[in-house]
Write a protein of this length. Sequence first.
Length: 147
Amino acid sequence: MTDEFEPNILAFCCNWCSYAAADLAGIGRMQMPTNVKVIRVMCSGRVKPEFVIKALSEGIDGVLVLGCHIGECHYTTGNHRTKKRFEVLSRLLGHMGIDPRRLRLDWASASEGDRFTEIITEFTDTIKELGPNNLADYYGRKAARVS
């Protein structure tokens, strides 16, 4: 893909861990791509698969879900539920003709600003390699741009 493509990525971040990691990365002025728009959710378990499918169908190039490490969820089992849901969702996306690499689930604790930065950078690079998501064109919609 050309170097001109800058993906539009949506990240759902758990309030207690990964959102705090994003904040730490920002406070520490860590270098990372600016392609990611963060939505704070109370728990990664609150991110329904429908949210991911809607974002992709509206033209978002990639969706990232970040939560607490397994076993460290503030709601006890929220991240376990997320892991199970997203294993199924990843397979479903493949059956729908959407490259499952457009979705990533990962974990970052509040003290891991560097890990947050690493995840964001890796995911942005993956989406750049995949190129633009053309699902919005397929559905006759204007591609979503999150500002």
